[in-house]
Ligand binder design. Sequence first.
Ligand SMILES: Cc1cc2nc3c(=O)[nH]c(=O)nc-3n(C[C@H](O)[C@H](O)[C@H](O)COP(=O)(O)OP(=O)(O)OC[C@H]3O[C@@H](n4cnc5c(N)ncnc54)[C@H](O)[C@@H]3O)c2cc1C
Length: 410
Amino acid sequence: MKTILIVGGGAAGIAAAISAADAAPGARILLLERLDRVGKKLLATGNGRCNLTNQQACASHYHSSTPREAAAVLRGMEPAAALSFFEDLGLRWTQEDEGRIYPYCMQASMVLDVLLAALAERHIEIVCPAPVRSIRAANGRFDVDAGQHISADAVILCAGGRAAPKLGSDGSGYALAKSLGHSCTPLYPALTALCCDMRTSGGLKGIRASAEVSIFSGETCLGTRRGEVLFTEYGLSGIAVMDLSLLLPQAKKRPSFAELDLFSDEEEAALLRELRTRRSRFAAAPLERFLLGTVHKRLGFTLMKQAGFGALSRRCETLTDPELAALVRLLKHWRFSITGVQGYGQAQVTFGGIPLSEIDENTMESKLCKGLYLAGEILDITGDCGGYNLHWAWCSGIRAGRAAAKEVGA
Ligand SMILES: Cc1cc2nc3c(=O)[nH]c(=O)nc-3n(C[C@H](O)[C@H](O)[C@H](O)COP(=O)(O)OP(=O)(O)OC[C@H]3O[C@@H](n4cnc5c(N)ncnc54)[C@H](O)[C@@H]3O)c2cc1C
């Protein structure tokens, strides 16, 4: 009986195992996971709801040091491919804003339950905890050391990256790939929060605001995203900010600041007119009243302080036109000096990995080691926030599983 061994029981590994079993019902499929259970990271995805794919999944939502190879490998990985995989397993789904797809019951645990049921129905052998320490290729077979020695006809390496090590992926997959002849591009934590100088913006921890966020290197804008921004004690977070963190490894120069536009639908002149109206309407009231009803209360106080308004007991009618203009500038161009990014512990994904040029785009098979397949985050391709990374993990896993099954011919 032919054996297909899969390293890593995350999204890519589980999808690979199920697809390999469907394509080669006579084969022995082994899924090795270093933690004591498979799919632990899945439970944490999408804030426990699992944003499992996106209707807009296409090459423009992915980042790689080889964009041409990325576009090629993504061909045939349309949203329908991931959705039909889950529909076949009996998972009902629903679509939210910006094409984000979730399980209908909004529970990540339901996605995992469905996958576990599918693994069991196909008699896939799950071995855990089984940290794979080495893989040796010789005479068209593999000898895998995971505490016990296992021989396999094909290996699918789905060991993830370095992000969120508590949930499993500790980066050991890169060493395994390298031992089989692969290289690895520089690695960075990505989809993570920005560390900023918050000395003049203390006390904002926990506040959320909707904004247009831009990242600048000097006066060059590297990218802009619109969405929710979360203020933290160390800097800025939220989906828009995390998405922009993907641009940092690609920036030629060090990014210097993030800029928030808290009223992106409003021209500066219109905003100034609105503030003048508020000055008249709340003339006798203290400054505490001035921005009440517009932005979060604490945010408003910080902005007025930074605009140099002085004591909040001051009456609104005393505000001068230059002071209002200074506040408008802040509301439209609030700058935060970037000091770094949060590390792998907080990052959702790893930017970089095994170059896509070292795999066959149609099968995910290594061009350097026959019978070895790679899928998921271990490869040098990273998606935006919004279901794109799981989409990649499922689709690359499915492709690798089917190809490995075809190759071993069981
Ligand atoms: C908190 C959080 C929330 C997220 N939310 C979303 C979301 O909603 N939507 C989305 O698209 N993406 C999300 N992501 C990203 C997404 O989860 C990952 O991109 C995806 O899980 C990668 O799948 P993978 O199978 O390649 O790697 P992983 O899921 O990391 O799985 C790799 C597995 O391999 C195992 N392993 C590693 N090394 C070895 C070894 N040597 N031997 C045996 N086993 C090993 C690990 O323990 C792990 O279980 C989120 C990530 C995090 C951290």
